[in-house]
Design a protein. Structure first.
Length: 531
């Protein structure tokens, strides 16, 4: 493996190479106009270094220094990585926040991570203004279109950077072991925590993932996942930067235009997560589906029942993996493991499944998935300003994933659910993925997520099944969907409730936020239909 470099060291060294490397468009950020044409922002290593230096000088000019925490809240724009480079030069720590975050959740994360400043897309200004008095923000810069008229939030980052361009380059002030970001946990079951991620970890992710995921030098990567989430940063951006592999990023995930972007920009490898599979296969078949040029999908959460049909329809190979932001990695490369398996541990990692008494489960028995290093040590987890949660995450020398899984006799691991989201009905564990696939097959359904709620009728520990559904036509009769489910599923898997929603709330990694749907189940009963 090559010598590790911090992010700014890497960008500076690549920017000083010949023009065939330093000036090549390495990153392309794609926005779709209403007429379906593209707006494209490009960045080369040389541009990243130039823009990063200008931003670093601007930040230093307003008192930002090593260890200062800056929230970044925007969709996938070139300014996102510009700020990453600029902040890294002077050692400021970025705090990525999903641009859809609002209200108390936004206020909590800004406050709990100690952010003194924020750089946000103009479409996030109203949300930030609403919580400004609850946070410790001293200033806010905006990107994109003109922000609403507010003396506190009308300063554009590009104006600050342009005014600071002159003068010699600033020196790099970080080492591999300095914090680079506070990366948010998913927040699907409660308030997100900030994971302290250093430059060494980011460099290793870029180099290791390139090798582990079978990326080739002539590949073109694609992601529609948000850069505010670890997947897009570690599986796509870090791989591109540390291995000179071009990367195309959608401004945000689009299931209707994704295949056009992949074909038009020559993408060969894409990263996907969970519900994206069901969302894409629910779209009407298109002649373009199998002719995009995509060769490989690196994904987590491919439902077993969907695996073969998805690969055939879109003419791709499927690599399934499991990875948590705090650590641990399983891989099931094409042709290596059973369909439906998350994989086996990568080199240097040991995995196991533990029961409620923290004892190893026999093969085939469900328990919590746990990890440690091959030398017996647990991965280091540092939640910002939360030593109690940090210690709990690696209790007993094992990294606790919080996910239920089992292992077969050949050492392949299979995902069941989050511990907090398991569904047991009439004594049987229910596969929500299977139900989602069946419902998504109905032409009236645009999106679906299945979860469980406590059942008064079935007793303690038992769940009723709720299918949260987005309909293409709101006039569709929900009773027809119940009938559809009854014809295609075993009785125990048929949902007890249909919850009709305008959209399914999701995290930056496209994970449905179950607790938000549970709240809506109670507060919006008009949209809930019982069988």
């Amino acid at each position: 493996m090559q010598q590790l470099k911090t992010l700014p060291e890497l960008i500076e060294s690549m920017a000083r190479l010949g023009p065939e490397v330093s000036q090549k468009a390495l990153l392309q950020f794609v926005q779709i106009r209403p007429d379906n044409s593209y707006v494209v922002q490009s960045r080369s290593y040389r541009q990243l270094w130039s823009e990063g230096q200008a931003i670093a000088k601007a930040l230093k000019g307003v008192g930002v220094g090593k260890g200062s925490r800056i929230a970044i809240m925007m969709e996938n724009h070139a300014e996102f990585i510009d700020l990453m480079v600029g902040a890294s030069i002077i050692g400021a720590v970025l705090v990525p926040i999903d641009p859809r975050t609002r209200g108390e959740k936004l206020a909590h994360f800004l406050t709990s991570t100690g952010c003194g400043a924020a750089v946000v897309g103009s479409y996030c200004v109203d949300a930030v203004r609403q919580v400004a008095d609850q946070s410790k923000l001293q200033w806010v810069w905006t990107t994109g279109a003109e922000a609403p008229d507010s003396a506190r939030m009308a300063v554009r980052m590009c104006d600050r950077a342009n005014a600071a361009r002159e003068g010699p380059d600033l020196p790099i002030e970080v080492t591999l072991d300095d914090d680079m970001e506070l990366m948010s946990t998913s927040g699907t079951t409660g308030h997100p925590k900030g994971i302290q991620c250093n430059y060494r970890r980011y460099a290793l992710k870029g180099l290791q993932n390139y090798a582990w995921f079978g990326i080739r030098p002539d590949d073109v990567l694609y992601t529609g996942l948000s850069l505010t989430h670890g997947n897009a940063q570690n599986m796509s951006l870090a791989v591109a930067l540390y291995n000179q592999v071009p990367l195309v990023l959608s401004q945000k995930f689009t299931k209707t235009r994704i295949w056009n972007i992949i074909k038009d920009f020559g993408c060969t490898v894409m990263t996907m997560l969970g519900g994206m599979y069901s969302a894409l296969i629910a779209e009407p078949p298109n002649a373009l589906d199998a002719r995009t040029g995509l060769r490989l999908i690196n994904g987590a959460g491919m439902p077993k029942a969907l695996w073969t049909s998805f690969a055939r329809r879109f003419n791709v190979e499927i690599l399934e993996f499991y990875s948590a932001s705090e650590g641990g990695m399983l891989l099931n490369r094409p042709g290596e493991g059973p369909i439906g398996s998350m994989g086996r541990p990568v080199e240097g990692i040991i995995a196991d499944v533990h029961n409620e008494n923290d004892l190893p489960c026999p093969d085939g028995e469900t328990g919590e998935l746990v990890f440690r290093h091959a030398d017996g040590s647990a991965p280091v987890v540092r939640y910002y300003n939360n030593p109690e949660a940090s210690a709990k995450k690696v209790r007993g020398g094992w990294l606790r994933s919080g996910d239920l899984a089992y292992r077969d006799s050949e050492g392949w691991y299979y995902y069941i659910s989050r511990k907090e989201q398991e569904i047991r009905r009439n004594g049987e564990f229910i596969s929500t993925g299977f139900i989602e696939i069946e419902i998504a097959a109905h032409p009236a359904v645009s999106d679906v997520f299945v979860y469980g709620i406590d059942s008064e009728a079935l007793g303690s520990g038992e769940k009723d099944i709720v299918a949260a559904v987005v309909l293409r036509d709101p006039r569709f009769d929900p009773r027809a969907l119940f009938e559809f489910c009854s014809q295609r599923m075993e009785r125990n898997a048929v949902p007890s409730y249909l919850q009709l929603v305008d959209q399914i709330p999701k995290t930056a990694s496209e994970k449905p936020i179950q607790r938000a749907l549970v709240t809506m189940f109670t507060t919006h009963p008009d949209g809930v239909h019982r069988i």
